[in-house]
Design a protein around this ligand. Structure first.
Ligand SMILES: [Zn+2]
Length: 425
């Protein structure tokens, strides 16, 4: 009896939901390798990425969503999308996206947030790499990827000549460095006393680092974000690792403190033991604050991801963690040449954005935006370039000390006519 009552109640609720889910608008943003469509909805919809989707065409089924005559939609193609349309399917709609090139779709729902009173269904398209995927060679032990939400690029069987050519080429492949500009979109990050947003500073430093790094032979910089839009923390790691096959991941931030006098840069690596143990109270507080980015952006990080990440951290990250500490030390050495340091050693805490096995991952806090003096520095283009240059110098130094097998740096060391003693850090 009780159960029947519950069934009736649930079916009643679902009818109610069906009657109320209206499509109110469609928005889009694009960067070079990423296009995002956001559907504004009056209620939480049922949605499904259609199994009929192909690499060139993405369908999202919305069985209980209706178009409202009062809100005529005129969705426009953008970025990776060549055409977009809503088609009637049964009692609801089907979103059809035709793509210029193959891309991986990710669909998720954002609940109402302070600055967005309605539900938003996000359809992200991440371009497949045109190049053959490089072998993810890192100093760390790697294991099969646990959660593949992006489908791998299919590779045709190469001929023996192609194999030989590819081997010669990959023997000197670039080290891929993913530069992650912290925050973005509705997640402003910390705000300084002069109203400078952390998200603006991080993007400027990231772009400067990308520009300077692209001039260095042997390094290939890529950006996880190249505009003012929100990316969930997990997705930042996925873009870096699964899309770009990054060897190194550097998340760029600016620090904040209730104490206006707090100052200086610091570098953080992941703590193996999770968010509850950190090398200092300062590191733990910072990790808690940076991990809130998803909540600000409207996403509740699923519990299982955190558990999984913790397990992975214990099992797999150890090799890359050790190298993250080496790289962090090299970056700190370069930063201290011109910037005060808040901490003179690499701090460790449970940063969600760093929990990706197989990548050497760091978070760099480039100074305190809440310190009026440092805030002025952080918005100064010349100072941003110096910070980026110091990070670049640290990366170069690390790559020479610990050349990844198969990379240009390893080849360069082999070519060295004079055998030298191994440099020890
Ligand atoms: Zn931050």
């Amino acid at each position: 009896m009780k159960r029947r009552w519950l069934c009736w109640l649930l079916s009643g609720l679902s009818v109610l939901a069906q009657a109320e889910t209206d499509l109110l608008g469609v928005r889009s943003w694009s960067s070079a390798a990423h296009t995002r469509y956001v559907l504004d909805l009056s209620a939480a919809p049922h949605y499904q990425l259609s199994p009929d989707s192909t690499p060139g065409q993405v369908w999202v089924d919305l069985p209980d969503v209706h178009q409202v005559a009062a809100h005529p939609l005129n969705p426009k193609p953008d970025g990776l999308v060549s055409s977009i349309a809503f088609e009637t399917a049964g009692d609801g709609l089907r979103l059809r996206l035709d793509l210029h090139d193959a891309a991986s779709p990710v669909v998720f729902l954002l609940p109402p947030a302070t600055r967005h009173p309605g539900y938003r269904l996000v359809v992200d398209l991440i371009a497949h790499d045109d190049e053959p995927p490089a072998a993810p060679a890192t100093p760390a032990t790697t294991s099969p990827s646990p959660s593949l939400s992006l489908s791998p690029t299919p590779t045709p069987t190469p001929t023996p000549t192609q194999v030989a050519e590819a081997e010669a080429e990959t023997a000197r492949r670039d080290v891929v460095v993913a530069i992650d500009a912290g925050h973005g979109g509705q997640d402003t990050g910390a705000i300084g006393p002069g109203a400078v947003y952390e998200k603006t500073v991080t993007l400027a430093i990231a772009r400067s680092l990308q520009k300077q790094m692209s001039a260095v032979k042997g390094l290939r910089p890529v950006l996880t974000r190249d505009g003012d839009y929100f990316i969930p923390l997990v997705e930042r790691r996925e873009i870096a690792r699964r899309h770009y096959h990054a060897d190194i991941f550097i998340s760029i931030h600016a620090d904040a403190s209730p104490s206006r006098g707090a100052s200086g840069a610091s570098v953080f690596a992941l703590s193996l033991k999770g968010a509850n143990t950190a090398t200092s109270r300062f590191a733990r507080a910072l990790a808690e604050r940076e991990n809130q980015a998803d909540q600000v952006g409207g996403i509740k990080v699923p519990e299982h991801d955190d558990v999984l990440a913790g397990v992975l951290a214990d099992m797999v990250v150890e090799g890359s963690l050790e190298h993250s500490l080496h790289l962090g030390g090299d970056i700190l050495d370069e930063l201290k040449g011109f910037s005060p340091l808040h901490s003179h050693h690499v701090e460790q805490a449970g940063f969600a954005v760093l929990k990706e096995p197989g990548m050497v991952s760091l978070l760099v806090e480039n100074g305190f935006i809440t310190n009026r003096h440092e805030e002025q520095h952080l918005i100064d283009a010349a100072y941003q370039e110096r910070l980026a240059h110091a990070i670049l110098q640290g990366v170069e130094r690390y790559c020479r000390h610990y050349p990844l097998p198969g990379t240009y740096f390893a080849w360069q060391r082999q070519q060295s006519a004079h055998p030298r003693t191994a440099e020890v850090n």
